[in-house]
Design a protein around this ligand. Structure first.
Ligand code: DGL
Length: 265
């Protein structure tokens, strides 16, 4: 059995393109509709109630695009809104927190570091997901709010980004943790600056490939795999020209044109 409907992927901005990229590699025969809610970014500094409201609106919009599955490629929305999205939507919904925790536990044998948005850290979602897999795990967390605008600016390995990373991550350097969860989909874009700040002994955990694997398993399990030519449709809620430049830095030359959509309509 196959299903040619697209998979919806959603983030507050361009960060979720790191997950989309992994999904396209793992599932080249699937079509994807990506929605970046750039008009409301950042989500990470907002309350759980506001993030849940935004996430529900974005999910309803994607549901209107006849998607067969929703990937919440935003840790902040996954941490605050996943149970509500699962309850409200008729299709399978996959978040990024549990796959990220699974990847961290697989890589780590000691204390685990977590960097994420203020909302994700405050929610305790990662801490719970890690301890569900390894009850005695120690998780040290730190919110890094400036990483999101630096990534949205395309300053992936800029001297300013390196300096900000050194300040934020000084408590994780020198073997204090053996792995560091990049608990925001924007952070893998700053991988080199983050790696330089924590040093070579710390494994950086990016949930994108684990999420892509989980999506593949779920599609197979539900009997809704696609068998087409694949493709991406990119939607944003603000500043498509500006975002197109950054999207091309992540997705490369094949980046399709971005379409502006209005979620308030
Ligand atoms: N990329 C989002 C995440 O994974 C959040 C960025 C933001 O809007 O603050 O949490």
């Amino acid at each position: 059995m196959t299903d040619s409907r697209p998979i919806g992927v959603f983030d507050s901005g361009i960060g979720g393109l790191t997950v989309l990229s992994a999904l396209c590699c793992r599932l080249p025969e699937e079509r994807f509709v990506y929605l970046g809610d750039t008009a409301r970014l950042p989500y990470g500094t907002k309350s759980a109630e506001t993030v849940t409201r935004y996430a529900l609106r974005a999910a309803a919009f994607l549901a209107g695009e006849d998607i067969k599955m929703l990937v919440v490629a935003c840790n902040t929305a996954s941490a605050s809104a996943l149970p509500t999205l699962e309850r409200e939507l008729p299709m399978p919904v996959i978040g990024v927190v549990t796959p990220g925790a699974r990847a961290a536990v697989r890589w780590s044998s000691g204390p685990i570091g977590l960097i994420a948005t203020e909302g994700t850290v405050a929610s305790g979602a990662y801490q719970r997901a890690v301890r569900a897999l390894r009850p005695d795990a120690q998780v040290r967390s730190r919110a890094c709010p400036l990483f999101v605008p630096l990534a949205e600016e395309g300053w992936f390995d800029h001297p300013v980004t390196r300096q900000v990373a050194e300040i934020y991550l000084q408590d994780f350097a020198g073997g204090v943790v053996d792995s560091l969860i990049l608990g925001c989909t924007h952070y893998p874009l700053l991988r080199s600056a983050i790696a330089a700040a924590v040093g070579p002994g710390v494994h950086l955990v990016d949930s994108a490939t684990v999420v892509a694997e989980e999506v593949a398993e779920r599609l197979t399990g539900e009997g809704i795999l696609g068998r087409g030519e694949g493709g991406i449709h990119l939607l944003v809620t603000d500043a498509p020209t500006r975002i197109a430049r950054i999207a091309a830095m992540i997705l490369g030359d094949d980046t399709p044109p971005l379409q502006l959509v209005d979620l308030s309509a």
